[in-house]
Design a protein around this ligand. Structure first.
Ligand SMILES: Cc1cc2nc3c(=O)[nH]c(=O)nc-3n(C[C@H](O)[C@H](O)[C@H](O)COP(=O)(O)OP(=O)(O)OC[C@H]3O[C@@H](n4cnc5c(N)ncnc54)[C@H](O)[C@@H]3O)c2cc1C
Length: 379
């Protein structure tokens, strides 16, 4: 029996872990991946048919270089996998010019030289009449580089390409414990015990169960699909592109138009009623009117061309940190352990770049951008 089963184990193959597995395997690193369900499942954070991609990251200026590198890597993954994962059809950010959404986008674009177009309220109403009751003072910011990613497809593609490059993957296998030992780590599952030099923990909302002590709150977040009242055409993705809209009451509505078999997808960014703490191990994912009533009420005035009740509702999970930033790196500087968590509802677009950053930390290559603001030891 060899002393080590692999150089690296990646635990959890959602968006971030699948990307790490792909970036490691593509370098020829001896890596294995362990996922408690089937990659692309609907019980974590990386499902629901679409995720917004944009370069104008409002959450931290340091995320723009990560988004740029992620864009290159999404294209590389598409090429390796032979399928389209990112539809860059443009995106619309609406709100007051000094607000967090439209104003924040203008600031990020100016700071990082990202191409955007500013639309006054009259032009916005004319080009995107589906958005009703836009107040006179509000603006739209059109970002041509924005679009939507296909989360389930991206996760499965990254795992598939990683396996083709030599990664070993254990599906339907939950890691029950991690133990750091001299020179490496022991990864325990019900079926086997694996010994590796380094372990990368990318278990999303489950992070605290394997790496305790981080201030991460797990929230359940509904995802909701609606149908147009009459003609569907104005709500097709090309005419009703991915958007975020900040309203005068402080709520942020987000969504994107229908495409193929997907209906119009919508959500509320900051409605406390829709975000409730969740234990990923024990809570069920059933849904009820509490999951959509506030959004439906908002749509009556914001996007009245949609039916008042959703056609479909699902539940997603997110892991929040006190400062809203990711948690990426080696806790306590330990060379055997890397963690990537705290997705804070904006982490999908960066998954490919985060996978690349993790792979570089594993191999000791230089960073491609400064991610020190995400260091787990900041808490
Ligand atoms: C409603 C919603 C909307 C969002 N919208 C956007 C958006 O528009 N744009 C954007 O960029 N981001 C968005 N996000 C955020 C984005 O989806 C997440 O940042 C991203 O999916 C996080 O991926 P992850 O790999 O960290 O987590 P996950 O996808 O949850 O992956 C964790 C994996 O670990 C596995 N696992 C857990 N425990 C174990 C164990 N013990 N052993 C083995 N495997 C284990 C799980 O099964 C899972 O597959 C949104 C999030 C939500 C909830």
């Amino acid at each position: 029996m060899p002393e080590w089963d692999a150089e690296v184990a990646v635990v959890g193959l959602g968006a971030w872990g699948a990307s790490a597995l792909w970036r490691l395997a593509s370098r020829g690193v001896d890596v294995l991946g362990i996922e408690r369900y089937q990659p692309g499942h609907a019980l974590g954070a990386s499902h629901g048919g679409s995720r917004m991609f944009r370069l104008t990251c409002l959450e931290h200026p340091g995320l723009v270089p990560l988004a740029r590198r992620s864009l290159e890597l999404w294209r590389e993954l598409e090429s390796d996998a032979g399928e389209t994962l990112l539809h860059q059809v443009g995106g619309l950010l609406i709100g007051p010019p000094d607000g967090s959404v439209a104003g924040g986008t203008l600031r990020a674009a100016a700071e990082h030289g990202i191409e955007v177009e500013r639309l006054g309220s009259a032009e916005l109403r004319e080009r995107f009449p589906q958005h009703a009751n836009v107040p006179d003072g509000h603006i739209g910011v059109w970002e041509p580089s924005a679009g939507i990613l296909r989360p389930e497809g991206a996760v499965r593609a990254a795992v598939r390409v990683a396996e083709a490059a030599g990664a070993r993957v254990y599906r339907d296998t939950a890691v029950s414990a991690l133990e750091l030992v001299p020179g490496g780590a022991v990864v325990r599952t019900s079926a086997r015990t694996l010994r590796v030099r380094q372990v990368v923990v990318t278990v999303g909302a489950w992070l605290s169960s394997l790496v305790p002590g981080l201030p991460i709150e797990v929230l359940r977040m509904p995802i909701t699909w609606y149908r147009p009242v009459g003609d569907r055409a104005p709500f097709a993705l090309e005419r009703f592109p991915v958007f975020m809209r900040e309203r005068d009451n402080g709520l942020i509505v987000w969504g994107s138009g229908w495409e193929g078999r997907y209906d119009v997808k919508l959500g509320l960014e900051n409605a406390d009623e829709h975000r409730r703490p969740l234990d990923p191990e024990t809570d069920d994912r059933s849904v009820g009117p509490d999951d959509w009533s506030k959004l439906s009420a908002e749509l009556a005035t914001a996007i009245p061309g949609l039916e008042p009740l959703p056609a479909k509702v699902g539940v997603c999970m997110l892991a929040e940190t006190p400062d809203g930033q990711f948690v990426l790196g080696r806790p306590g500087g330990d060379a055997r352990l890397l963690i990537a968590g705290g997705c804070n509802a904006h982490g999908f677009k960066h998954a490919s770049g985060i996978g690349e950053a993790l792979a570089r930390w594993v191999t000791g290559e230089p960073d491609f951008c400064d991610l020190s603001f995400t260091n787990p030891d900041r808490f």
